[in-house]
Design a protein around this ligand. Sequence first.
Ligand code: ZN
Ligand code: ZN
Length: 168
Amino acid sequence: MKPSASPKLELETLQQELCREFDRLNAVHFAGRLSRPEITVSARKIYGGYYQPRLHRIVVSWQGHLDHGLEETLNTFRHEVAHIVHPHHRAEFWTLAHTLGVTKRYASTPLAARPPRQPKYIYVCPACGKKIFRHRRLKLSSCAACDPKFNAKFLLKLIAPEILKIPQ
Ligand SMILES: [Zn+2]
Ligand SMILES: [Zn+2]
């Protein structure tokens, strides 16, 4: 896993940071007219965030922060602040969201919940039967288990995706 370039904060620090960000947005874009919502960083929320109008509460995901760092959390947070004004995703919502500094349309998925990418290409060594799984097509390769150097005797044979196309 590549470490995120964006810094990560402690939960309490993050909560304070978001309060500060709210006050900043409120001062710069709303002339201080919004009342500060309750701001919760939730360990239970899987990713992204939401705004609850009846409670006047913004919830953002702690896991999202751990996975993607402060940039991502601020992006989500500003999105939810825009929902205080517009409870929908119509054009005027996005206009405001962009004004508030939202740069992404969707929250990133948490790393843990992202489904593993299935390898598309399966090769087999005709000598030892070892299977090799690859996301991309290999150039002419031979089985490293049979011979660490390229050896035409142990050329890997592609058995998938072709094999998947054979009708049952
Ligand atoms: Zn939204
Ligand atoms: Zn082999």
